[in-house]
Design a protein around this ligand. Structure first.
Ligand code: ADP
Ligand code: MG
Length: 300
């Protein structure tokens, strides 16, 4: 009762209902439902081919679903919807032979009330490349510029489809800062990624999808809390199958122990006479969760 009341009063900016898309025999999206609260960064996480782009493009109103519904503020999306959103496509060809500034101006001319050039430059840190030819941009610079284009119409929600794929670690971190700035402006962000670290850092809510289906949805903290005990202890070169350790699983040539009581586990381990050389203790992350849910790694 309480939870259904909460649902009623929650400020959902978008909601999808049993969304499906098939390409011939390929069921790219297979009945996904979720809602996105206003102002958050929502992450759609899944490996290549999971159905992220197909889902996001149906939510953008670009791709017609085979069935199911997409709602923006509880109204079915229509052709006005595209004026209210910012879209950064997974692959975008930029106009050639013009500069970043000229490109921004070109896009600004398409909207009735565009964000000022200075503001876009400021938010997306574009001043150092503003006069550069589009063809001379590095991967990270191109993504910054594409984000600039996406925020021009003062969007209420912005869709970013794998904006950091292929960027080097430094460029990815720089991009995360921009996403945080956009979030601070109260713009809702829908981000797809196959980097779990990125999702963990940026996202308030995460939907994990695979084979077109929603596997889990929650905050990063809750997802980990629900699936793992406190810590993961890993002991390499310990393939003794006579060992009985609470929470221990033998995985090839190492043992992994999931434990809420590290103290007890360590004492137990010391009694086994195992060679503990190379033992590691870590907090499980979303990559571990994905492995647990699907048996494969996110970047496989
Ligand atoms: N236009 C298309 N025609 C046929 N199959 C497609 C098309 N677009 C995507 N698919 C297939 O749908 C599935 C989901 O793809 P996609 O949504 O692009 O996944 P992701 O973005 O998570 O990598 C994949 O199996 C992909 O090959
Ligand atoms: Mg994709």
């Amino acid at each position: 009762m309480l939870s259904s009341l909460y649902f009623l009063f929650m400020n959902n900016i978008m909601r999808i209902e049993d969304l499906k898309k098939n390409y011939g025999n390929v069921q790219a999206v297979d009945g996904i439902s979720f809602s996105i609260e206003e102002g958050i960064c929502f992450g759609l996480l899944g490996p290549n081919g999971a159905g992220k782009t197909t889902t996001i493009e149906m939510m953008e109103g670009i791709l017609p679903p085979s069935s199911g519904q997409v709602y923006f503020k509880e109204k079915k999306i229509d052709h006005h919807f595209k004026q209210k959103v910012g879209i950064q496509f997974q692959n975008t060809a930029l106009p050639e032979f013009i500069t970043v500034k000229e490109t921004l101006e070109l896009f600004r001319a398409l909207y009735p009330d565009p964000r000022s050039l200075d503001e876009v430059i400021e938010i997306c840190s574009l001043s150092d490349i503003i006069d550069r030819d589009n063809r001379k941009l590095s991967g990270g610079q191109k993504q910054r510029m594409l984000l600039g284009l996406a925020i021009i119409p003062h969007p209420e929600i912005i869709f970013l489809d794998e904006p950091t794929t292929g960027l080097d670690p430094q460029a990815r971190r720089n991009f995360w800062e921009l996403i945080k700035r956009i979030k601070a402006e109260k713009t809702t962000v829908l981000l797809t990624t196959h980097y779990m670290e990125e999702a963990e850092i940026l996202c308030d809510q995460i939907a994990i999808i695979d084979h077109g289906k929603l596997l889990e949805i929650d905050t990063p903290e809750k997802l980990l809390e629900n699936h793992f005990d406190g810590a993961l202890v890993k002991i390499p070169h310990a393939d003794r199958d006579d060992l009985k350790l609470e929470g221990g699983i033998i995985k090839g040539d190492y043992i992994e122990i999931s434990t809420r009581n590290l103290d007890r586990t360590m004492k137990e381990l010391l009694q086994t006479q195992l060679n503990l050389e190379g033992l590691s203790i870590k907090k499980p992350n979303l990559e571990d969760l994905f492995l647990k849910l699907t048996g494969t790694t996110l970047r496989a």
